[in-house]
Design a protein around this ligand. Structure first.
Ligand SMILES: Nc1ncnc2c1ncn2[C@@H]1O[C@H](COP(=O)(O)OP(=O)(O)OP(=O)(O)O)[C@@H](O)[C@H]1O
Length: 250
């Protein structure tokens, strides 16, 4: 589903991703961990067409991200095509980024109505089902300011799901939450994984990685230092840099 082959990304002379190669198969969950500044968000942003890779090949479900190929050459994707591909990818951020002037229900309905132009009644029915799925059926008419951080993040997940994505990206989805609210968001994510969603999750929640992820990738300074099954990486890290990082978060 997501295939990165020798992907690099530079901002000016700062090479933030250095020849990243990895694969996430359909229905798999990959957790991406590493110190601040190691390039995790940049990698997600490349997948989600928010940045264009500087070198290498990145593809989602067979479509090259950032480029198209013709006559053996690569051409940058037209914005329209990039936008079309982006619709299949849901992204959840650390800060929930809900529209503050809209209710939970309206937040979820906004994109399907605006982008897909579906009839309101149909969109509302699906949005209410999604609210129920994230355990917030009774909060449809609440504005974000009247929801807890955990509830706002669950609405943000429902909002991303409303576009029926093939892939979900999570960038530290629980880092801004009070500790007692982390579990409710991780539970929703675990349910999503169990439903077969392909997910890449940047997180420091190693319990979630161990329980839910199919693979764990440790990145440092733009390089994949170590990757493998979460149990193996967490129980028996092979590299000093991984050991040093894990000793701080475990
Ligand atoms: N648009 C940009 N322009 C210039 N430099 C950038 C840009 N975006 C990211 N960087 C740099 O890329 C490096 C990696 O940042 P990135 O946010 O990807 O790391 P991260 O591992 O997600 O860190 P964190 O856990 O703190 O979010 C940092 O040095 C950052 O300053």
């Amino acid at each position: 589903m997501v295939l990165a082959e020798m992907v690099s990304k530079s901002f000016g002379s700062n090479e933030v991703l250095k020849s990243i190669s990895l694969e996430v198969k359909r229905g798999e969950v990959m957790c991406l961990v590493g110190p601040s500044g190691s390039g995790k968000s940049t990698f997600l942003r490349c997948i989600n067409h928010l940045e264009v890779v500087s070198a290498g090949r990145l593809s989602v479900d067979g479509d090259l991200v950032g480029y198209r190929e013709a006559n053996g050459k690569l051409y940058e994707l037209a914005p329209r095509e990039a936008a079309r591909q982006r619709r299949d990818i849901g992204m959840v951020f650390q800060r929930f980024n809900l529209f503050p002037h809209m209710t939970a229900l309206a937040n979820i309905m906004e994109a399907p109505q605006r982008v897909k132009g579906l009839p309101k009644a149909q969109v509302e029915k699906s949005a209410r089902e999604l609210l129920a799925r994230v355990g917030l059926a009774d909060r449809a008419d609440y504005y974000p300011a009247h929801l807890s951080g955990g509830q706002q993040q669950r609405v943000a997940i429902a909002r991303a799901l409303a576009m029926e994505p093939k892939l979900m990206l999570f960038d530290e989805p629980t880092s801004a939450l009070d500790p007692e609210l982390v579990g409710e968001v991780l539970d929703v994510m675990q349910g999503l994984a169990a439903s077969g969603m392909t997910m890449i999750v940047v997180t420091h929640e190693m319990g979630f990685a161990r329980e839910v992820a199919d693979s764990l990738v440790f990145m440092d300074a733009g390089v994949v230092v170590e990757s493998g099954h979460p149990d193996a990486v967490l129980s028996n890290p092979q590299h000093g840099r991984t050991q040093a990082f894990l000793s701080k978060v475990l």
